[in-house]
Each structure stands twice: as C-alpha cells, then as structure tokens.
Design a protein around this ligand. Structure first.
Ligand code: SF4
Ligand code: SF4
Length: 303
C-alpha cells in the first residue's frame, strides 16, 4: 500500500538545501515548537475546521463534505488521519488557482495551513523527474520530515533508482541508529542543533535534546552528517556556547567525513508576532562565531 505524505511545497531548484542543485520537498507537521520558527504554519496539522475556505479570494480552497475512503491509503502521520476522520470532511486545495496571498494562513485559528497536498512517493517523484537532468539530488525538509518516515523511505528508494542522492533535514528526534532501512537509502542528514544546553533547548523548542546530540554523534560516526545548523538569536540563548560545544563534540569525527557548520542569522520575517522581538545578530558577531568554529578544526563554515 502506498504511503501518502502531507506535502507543504516542492521547490524544483534549490541551492540552499544541501550541496549542488537540488529539488527540495517540504512536508507538513513538526514535533518541535521553536519560538523563532520562520514557517510556523508548517508546525501544526490542519484539523479541518473549514475557517479558511471563505477568506480565499480566488476559490482555491473548497470544503469536501464526505472524504473519499480514507482506508485506501496509509498516512505516515496517524494523528492527522484521526483528526480528519473526526470532522468527516476536509479542505481541498487547488494549487493551480492559488495566488499565494497567505490570507488562509493568517486566518487559521490553529496556526496551520490548508495549502497541503496529499501525495504518494511516486507522485512526488513525478514532480522530481522533470528536473533530473539539472539536479544532483533531492532534499526532504519540513516541518520535521521524519514524522513521515515511511514515505521518506519509499521516496528515497525511488530517487536512488534514478541516480539521485538523498538528503533529509531533521531536528534529530528520530533515532536513526535504530532505523537501518531508512539509513540504507539516506545519503546524509542535515541536523539542527537548536541549543547544546538542555535547559536552553527545552526553552526554545519545548523538547529535550539528549536524543538530538546522540544523533549528531551517531550520524557523524557513520559519515552521514554533511551539515549541522544553528540559528543564532542574541538575547534568547547563549549561541556562542552552543556553537563551541557542538563543534568540540563533532571535531573528532571530521576525519571520517567532512561536516559543514552553517550558522544562520535569526531574522524576524515570518516569525509569530509574539516572538518577533529578538535582535538579528550583526556581521561582526557572526564572523566571530565563524572564526571560532574554524579554530576548532572545521574547514567548511557558513555564516
Ligand atoms: S494563499 Fe492561496 S489558498 Fe490561501 S487564501 Fe490565498 S489564494 Fe487562497
Ligand atoms: S488550515 Fe486552519 S483554518 Fe483551514 S481548515 Fe485547517 S485548521 Fe481550519
């Protein structure tokens, strides 16, 4: 039985989601609730309340009373399926009509988005195949894409048959060491280290980071950690400590395979209004962090 994923968007050509030119696929739903999330509408799953339908100026959204037989597909995220069944209906999205005005997202009382397509791995591959002569691989991001793990494994198996390399972008809450089937078809994981200190991590994301740090070590140990990322948010947490301790933890693994450290400036764009109060770090501070990571043994640092 094919697994359907909740696909938020597909970017045919991306040069910022891993090495080379890639098609990037963004899935809906995340188990973290980061204060500075730049796409907060990708966190929650739609609960089919219908409130967004009437605000769409071009009728790209429509209410479907009786869903098709939901048993025909298996959704990776059982939570979504249960909620959708409860409402006995759902909002259908017509990507061709949508003018990306964001009125639906601004209206949603649940902090979600109706601009979701339910797609099987084969359907996503159909969208990827058009770019094959021009791309090196695919990257699946989110939300947290490992929430839809079965879909990921199916998609990566198909993509590798086409000669594409397969990266995923994760917050590190799936225990990759216990999933050899997924790791077999995954060329690398780009991992977010939100904060090294447990207290800071809990404050930013609402979740513990013991598993995240263990995943960083596991992936680095098998040479499948091409990139770690930290968003630098002055005033929210101690970014310097996080970057230093992460670099120190991973330095011994650099001889196995290169790891790039990407330092990302916090910017308030897209952030929920109540959290858009932090300062964007200046170039001098980002440069100082970059120099520190280089001094700790990393060759590839982006800031
Ligand atoms: S973003 Fe698209 S779906 Fe949402 S209200 Fe605007 S046109 Fe409609
Ligand atoms: S996207 Fe939001 S407003 Fe629209 S149906 Fe889903 S929960 Fe309701």
């Amino acid at each position: 039985m094919a697994t359907e994923a909740l696909v938020n968007k597909i970017i045919p050509f991306s040069s910022v989601d891993g090495p080379g030119n890639r098609t990037a696929i963004f899935l809906q739903g995340c188990n973290f609730d980061c204060l500075y999330c730049h796409n907060p509408e990708t966190i929650n799953l739609c609960i089919s309340c219908g409130a967004c339908v009437k605000v769409c100026p071009v009728q790209a959204l429509s209410w479907v009373d009786k869903p098709e037989d939901m048993s025909r597909v298996h959704h990776s995220d059982g939570d979504w399926q249960a909620k959708n069944r409860l409402h006995q209906g759902y909002v259908a999205y017509d990507v061709e009509k949508c003018v990306l005005c964001d009125a639906c997202i601004k209206t949603c009382p649940h902090g979600s988005s109706p601009r979701i397509r339910h797609m099987t791995a084969e359907q996503v591959m159909e969208a990827v195949r058009r770019q094959i002569p021009y791309i090196r691989g695919i990257t699946v991001s989110g939300g947290e894409c490992t929430r839809q793990r079965d879909f990921l494994a199916e998609l990566f198996s198909l993509a590798r048959k086409e000669g594409l390399d397969c990266l995923l972008d994760s917050n590190g809450t799936l225990d990759f060491s216990q999933d050899p089937e997924l790791m077999e078809v995954t060329d690398g994981v780009m991992l977010d280290i939100k904060a090294f200190g447990a207290q800071d991590h809990r404050m930013i994301t609402g979740r513990d980071n013991t598993r995240v740090l263990a995943q960083a070590r596991y992936l680095a140990g098998i040479g499948k950690l091409p990139e770690v990322r930290t968003v630098i948010v002055p005033g929210l947490f101690n970014g310097e400590e996080t970057v230093r301790r992460t670099a120190q933890m991973l330095e011994p693994y650099l001889e196995i395979a290169p790891i790039r450290y990407k330092l990302i400036k916090y910017r308030p764009m897209g952030v929920r209004r109540q959290y858009a109060l932090y300062q964007t770090p200046d170039d001098a501070y980002m440069g100082k962090l970059k120099e520190m990571v280089i001094a700790l043994g990393f060759d590839a640092v982006i800031a």
